[in-house]
Structures are given as C-alpha cells and as structure tokens.
Design a protein around this ligand. Structure first.
Ligand code: C5P
Length: 318
C-alpha cells in the first residue's frame, strides 16, 4: 500500500486531447480566442491531501523530476487561490502522482490544479460549487475548468468557457510522448508568426460534432484538426515522423495534442491502439508511449470525506 492510500482526501483528474482546436487572432490581452473540442482521457493526475499546519508539496510518477514543488507549481497556486477566495487557512500537505506527460499538450498541470481545488475544498470543508471551483480554476489556467468538467466539451473564449457536448461510444488512443516538452506561450507565439496576425472567428466543426453524436470513430478521425500543429512542428520538426508512423500503422487520424509535443493517434480499438503505440516505439519516433481511452469523467474524489450541506457559490462565501 502506498502512502497516498492513507491520505485524508484523494482526488483524480484527467488529461485531455483537443479533437479540434481552431485558433483566432491574438487578443489585446495576449490570449487567443479558441473553439476547442476537448475529450478527457484515461491518463490521470492524482492529488492526495492531508491536514497539516502549513502548505507543502511533493511529486512522484511520470516526469516527476521536471515538476517544481514550490509556489510556481499550479497545484500550489490553486491552494493559495482557494484559500484567498474562501478565507480558509492555506495549510495542507499535498502529494501529486503524475500520469499525464509534463509540458506535453495534455493539460497535466491544469489537472493538478483542478484536483487540488477539489481535494482542498473537501479537506477544508469550504463546500464550493463546481461552478465556483471552475471560476477560480480559470484564473489559474485556461484548461483548468475542463479538467474539473471532463467527458467531452466545447471550449470558447480562451478555452475556459465550456459547453458539454454529446458523445457516444469509446475512443481508443495511442499517445507518442517526447522527453523535450514544448512551452505553450512559445507555440502560440510561433502560431502568430506563421499566420501573420490573420485569423478569423474560430468555430467548432459541425462534421466533428455530428460524428461524436453518432459515435462514428472513423469520421472523428477524419475531422481531427489543430491550428497549433504547424507551429508545434516548426519548433519540433521531429514530430512529423511520429505523425507519419502512427498514420501508417493504421490510425483513423493523427494529431498533435494541444500545443504539443504529444502526438495523439485515434484508433479503432484497444488492440489497434496498442499496435500503433508499438509501431511508434519500434520506429524510434517517441521517447515513451501510452494508450488511453476517452471520454472519462472530470475531477472526482476517490477517498475522503464527502461534502456536507449544500454547495456554496463564491458569492455566498464573500
Ligand atoms: O491559460 P494558460 O496559462 O494555460 O496559458 C498559457 C499561455 O498560453 C498564455 O500565457 C498565452 O501565451 C497562451 N494562450 C493563448 N491563448 C489561449 C490560451 C493560452 O495565447 N486561449
């Protein structure tokens, strides 16, 4: 039994892939308007929390050595933001067990923030609603609200304004990971350079939404699109080979996940996903591979006291 099994509260939150990511022209605030179709995947972050007299953070799991454990960590910032919003004392021992690639374009840091918000809301008994947690989450990062919501959703604004979307069936993925992560702001800056300030109003693709509603994996594969892909390929040209190998190994569609460098290949079945992952390994076009299924639920409490009383909104707390 690991120490995490003895936590006061344990929460799991998923990573994501963007089935479609269309990006508009950079706004005056530096962000880009998006239309993003998110699918939550079965690669998870787990956050354990214990009562303590001060805030502390440790990290284990995938790429743990690359994750800061100080105030720059998004989970730490989530803890102080929740404390500030509720008046709770910012004191807890936190442990993150990582399953989502670091700086991989799969929102692992956002999943840490989402899981921490839910874990500490439970530990501290602050009883915020999901909406209030998402509101705090959006101040920490654009993808945090989706890690709370999970399943399939369309994101507008900077990706934080979510509408749940209908989706039928299971989607099986092979993921090709790279040791060298990509910085999201750098990928967006490269996008600006490539499009030269152009860019229209981003729209969620009707064909994709229809394919999801009917559970047509082949049509979903054909509709995968990522406006950041050219920028990611410019910064990490080796990804072109990863995409090609996954496609040739029988994927229904291949895409760079979010700002990359993880390559996500949609396949017909669990076995096909394993075969595409094996092909990426054999060709030496990924430093590590994973398989995953989606959609899966958003952040949820696995262990620990559940809330008592009705959920409070942020306004109710003020
Ligand atoms: O919101 P988040 O902290 O994840 O964003 C990281 C960076 O990615 C931002 O500082 C910005 O440079 C870029 N970004 C953007 N447009 C978005 C989301 C992120 O330009 N919609």
């Amino acid at each position: 039994m690991s120490t995490q099994d003895h936590a006061d509260v344990r929460v799991r939150a998923p990573g994501k892939v963007n089935l479609a990511l269309t990006v508009g022209r950079r706004r005056p605030d530096g962000y880009h308007p998006l239309a993003s179709v998110f699918q939550a995947l079965s690669v998870h972050e787990e956050v354990s929390a214990w009562h303590a007299d001060r805030l502390s953070l440790t990290v284990s799991g995938l790429h743990a050595e690359r994750v800061p454990t100080d105030g720059t960590n998004l989970a730490w910032r989530a803890a102080t933001a929740l404390a500030a919003a509720t008046g709770a004392e910012p004191a807890a021992r936190l442990h993150i067990h990582k399953g989502v690639p670091v700086a991989g374009g799969m929102a692992g840091g956002s999943a840490d923030a989402a899981a921490t918000l839910l874990a500490l809301d439970t530990l501290w008994g602050t009883g915020l609603s999901r909406e209030a947690l998402a509101e705090i989450g959006a101040t920490l990062g654009s993808d945090v609200p989706f890690a709370l919501l999970g399943q399939t959703a369309v994101g507008r604004g900077r990706g934080d304004l979510l509408t749940p979307a209908l989706s039928r069936g299971e989607y099986h993925w092979a993921l090709g990971l790279r040791d060298r992560g990509l910085s999201t702001p750098e990928v967006y800056a490269m996008f600006d350079e490539i499009v030269g300030g152009a860019g229209g109003e981003p729209e969620a693709d009707r064909a994709l939404m229809q394919a999801l509603r009917t559970g047509d994996a082949e049509a979903v594969g054909r509709a995968l699109v990522n406006d950041l892909q050219d920028a990611a390929l410019e910064l990490a040209p080796e990804l072109a080979e990863t995409l090609a190998v996954a496609q040739d190994a029988g994927a229904l569609g291949v895409i760079v996940s979010g700002s990359g460098p993880t390559v996500a290949a949609l396949t017909r079945s669990r076995q096909a996903a394993a075969a595409v992952a094996a092909a990426m390994t054999a060709a030496g076009v990924a430093d590590a591979v994973l398989t995953a299924v989606g959609p899966v639920p958003g952040a949820r409490v696995l262990q620990g006291s559940s809330r008592s009383g009705p959920a409070r909104s942020l306004r109710g707390v003020d």
